[in-house]
Design a protein around this ligand. Structure first.
Ligand code: GTP
Ligand code: MG
Length: 214
């Protein structure tokens, strides 16, 4: 009996002390739902006008506890809620995979012109691919979530890719992060992956040409 009381007290203690963390994660989850809905709405409207869906898929994810910890350590920051909120901008992540590169720019324009979306940062790795060949358009935005008694602005990272860019990035991640590869093998892989990135870019351009009939 005495033991059970102790277990209850411990459970209460854990729940109480982790409440601010769980609350913050709930806010990020709500922000993800808001952003996902915005893209679903844009997809519907686009398909009404153009008779096709620009969005192939939307994935959302919350950064795992271990990734949060690793990133804070990398930045030499202690594990505190303000440190997470003020320094990690990809706790809530959305990936929007589009059919064509052109669709990405239309979606980004429509999304950023909404008056409850604040742009914090934009990285266009489509115009300026990374050295390894990575292409995608990244936004960090802030959007409001409406709670019972307040409005809170929450940061969300949105990555836009075509199917070909997503294909390359997914496989590159799987291949590149394999353990126990020699330096020579890694250099070889990097070279081959860069070639594949070029092929994906050509594919995107070709598909766009076929669509527009040029
Ligand atoms: P981190 O957020 O710490 O990665 O640094 P950053 O904010 O400078 O990175 P950036 O905005 O360039 O990229 C953030 C995210 O984009 C990563 O977490 C990946 O999801 C994706 N990404 C960036 N570069 C690559 C790459 O070379 N390969 C793959 N597969 N994904 C990448
Ligand atoms: Mg980042």
């Amino acid at each position: 009996m005495e033991n059970l009381k102790l277990v209850d007290a411990f459970t209460d203690f854990v729940e109480e002390s982790t409440l601010p963390y769980r609350q913050m994660m709930t806010y990020y989850n709500c922000a993800l739902m808001e952003v996902e809905t915005k893209f679903k709405v844009l997809n519907e409207q686009f398909s009404l006008f153009y008779d096709r869906n620009p969005i192939e898929s939307i994935h959302t994810r919350i950064k795992s506890q271990s990734s949060i910890l690793k990133k804070l350590q990398k930045k030499n920051l202690a594990l505190t809620i303000p440190n997470i909120e003020n320094n990690l901008f990809d706790i809530a992540g959305v990936r929007v995979v589009c059919a064509f590169t052109e669709d990405i720019y239309s979606l980004v324009n429509s999304f950023l012109s909404q008056d409850d979306v604040r742009l914090i940062e934009k990285k266009d790795y489509i115009q300026n691919p990374k050295e390894n060949g990575y292409r995608s358009l990244h936004l960090i935005v802030e959007i409001p979530i409406f709670l019972s008694d307040e409005k809170k602005w929450i940061k969300v990272e949105v990555q836009f890719r075509t199917i070909a860019m997503d294909f390359w990035a997914s496989l590159e991640h799987k291949i590149r992060y394999k353990k126990n590869l020699s330096k020579e093998r890694l250099d070889e892989i990097d070279k081959e992956l860069l070639e594949c990135a070029q092929i994906c870019k050509t594919l995107d351009e070709k598909m766009e040409e076929i669509k527009t009939g040029n």
